[in-house]
Design a protein around this ligand. Structure first.
Ligand code: NAI
Length: 300
């Protein structure tokens, strides 16, 4: 049976470990030729070692697949251009880009240093820009393609101790929304991903340290959701964000309430009085509403 990515060329950044490694192996198994990019540094972004990408390439080749290693840094335009060049030199085109490379420098907001702020924003947010831009320009002139940009619930919902990371990941969400609109006329599909997986990035989080990982949270069990996103199966889902974790695959969406819209000048006090229309119900307000519903209807 033909694989889902037969004849396609995929670039995956940060594919020397964790999630990216699992995507690279699955995409190759499904017939794609893969550029395995990884700077090969530590979790906090220090250091560099191309052997991280090379070992994934060796494993793909040993299994009969096609892959090349690239050790460029995603966070510069020069790096992004070299990554595209690796794909064009080795395979002559690019159909798929997964921006996945990332680092962590968690601190509470009060303790964030400027250096940590800059490093995290640079690798995630600027890195997504630097890799997506050259590929975007190439796809625009060559019939289109598919991109998955990696966001996170830490930015979409918020998470303690991750202002730098959350800001970068919410910024990537904004890129997905805008690029999906602009990509329509070039046949470029752009989707956002909020993964949840047991990797070196998350294995020592509170509550996980020293615990056996849930097998469903291993990167191999997240990769099929991402394969769906880059394959033709996701044809008309540009601009959408999927959460993919041990809980399965689900869309994450920005929503608006009914709102308070009087159609005339209004006061701040009126906004407060109409809080039930302005804000989403909280568990407490829902309970109040349920009690009201349960009250017997008085007739007459
Ligand atoms: P990981 O640490 O196993 O893999 C990230 C890879 O990116 C590493 O191999 C690293 O060397 C590479 N990398 C870092 N900076 C780079 C740079 N400047 N240039 C090229 N490569 C670079 O982490 P994991 O968990 O696989 O994360 C993958 C992506 O998923 C990241 O963007 C992360 O923020 C995101 N994510 C992961 C979650 C999880 O539960 N594991 C949750 C939410 C988001």
């Amino acid at each position: 049976m033909a694989g889902l990515l037969e004849g396609k060329v995929a670039i995956i950044t940060g594919a020397g470990n964790g999630l990216g490694e699992a995507y690279a192996k699955l995409f190759a198994q499904e017939g794609a030729a893969v550029v395995v990019n990884d700077l090969g540094g530590a979790r906090d972004g220090t250091g560099a070692d191309v052997s991280a990408a090379q070992k994934v390439v060796d494993a793909i080749k040993a299994a009969g697949g096609r892959a090349v290693a690239n050790g460029d840094d995603v966070s510069t335009i020069e790096g992004g251009e070299n990554i595209l060049k690796s794909a064009l030199d080795a395979f002559g085109k690019v159909d798929i880009l997964v921006c996945n490379a990332g680092i962590l420098r968690d601190k509470t907001f009060a303790n964030t240093s400027e250096a940590d702020w800059d490093a995290v924003i640079k690798v995630h947010l600027k890195g997504t820009y630097c890799c997506a831009l050259p590929v975007w320009k190439w796809m625009k002139d060559n019939g289109g393609g598919s991109m998955v940009l990696t966001s996170s619930t830490s930015g979409l919902y918020g998470n303690f101790g991750q202002t730098n990371y959350g800001a970068a990941k919410a910024g990537i969400y904004g890129m997905v929304r805008v690029m999906a609109i602009e990509g329509r006329k070039y046949n470029i599909r752009v989707m956002g991903l909020a993964p949840g997986a047991y990797t070196r990035m998350t294995s020592d989080l509170p509550g996980r340290k020293g615990q056996e990982p849930d097998p469903l949270s291993l990167p191999e069990n997240i990769a099929p959701g991402v394969l769906f996103m880059v394959s033709d199966l996701a044809a008309d889902h540009s601009g959408k964000i999927l959460g993919v974790s041990s809980r399965g695959v689900r869309e994450i969406k920005m929503l608006e309430t009914e709102g308070f819209a009087p159609g005339r000048p209004y006061t701040a006090e009126e906004v407060a009085k109409n809080a039930a229309k302005v804000f989403f119900p909280t568990p407490e307000s829902r309970r109040v509403a349920e009690v009201r519903m349960a009250e017997p209807t008085r007739v007459g």
